[in-house]
Design a protein around this ligand. Structure first.
Ligand SMILES: [Cu+2]
Length: 124
């Protein structure tokens, strides 16, 4: 009888922990250039309900997000960032939004570098 009570009690405890442990931390890449991009990316991610923390690093282009797993998903967050003009691993920003970004924010989005070589050559 006592043993049974204990196992019920521990099951209850595990259940309680699962309910409260919904805060998830994830990292993913977001393309960007400067401090303005940082503001834009973080603002976009924070506008998603359930996101509590965002930080984008312009050196590594990695975004760290903390969010409530029951309210939103990594996919929804990346979608919101893409909507603001920044490519993420899962979602690509539309050309229209990308073209509206300020000049300094036009990050290099060429996956195939073949057709952009002429920018780097300085032969005269
Ligand atoms: Cu920028």
């Amino acid at each position: 009888m006592r043993r049974k009570m204990l196992s019920i009690l521990s099951m209850l405890l595990i259940g309680t922990v699962a309910v409260f442990a919904q805060s998830k931390t994830e990292k993913f890449e977001v393309k960007g250039n400067c401090g303005m991009c940082e503001t834009r990316i973080e603002k976009a991610a924070k506008s998603v309900e359930g996101v509590t923390e965002v930080s984008w690093d312009k050196e590594t282009m990695m975004t760290k997000v903390v969010f409530d797993d029951s309210k939103t998903s990594l996919d929804a967050i990346q979608k919101a960032i893409a909507k603001a003009g920044h490519d993420t691993g899962k979602h690509r920003a539309s050309d229209e939004v990308y073209n509206k970004l300020p000049g300094c924010c036009k990050y290099d989005r060429s996956e195939s570098k073949d057709d952009k070589e002429d920018h780097h050559g300085h032969q005269h």
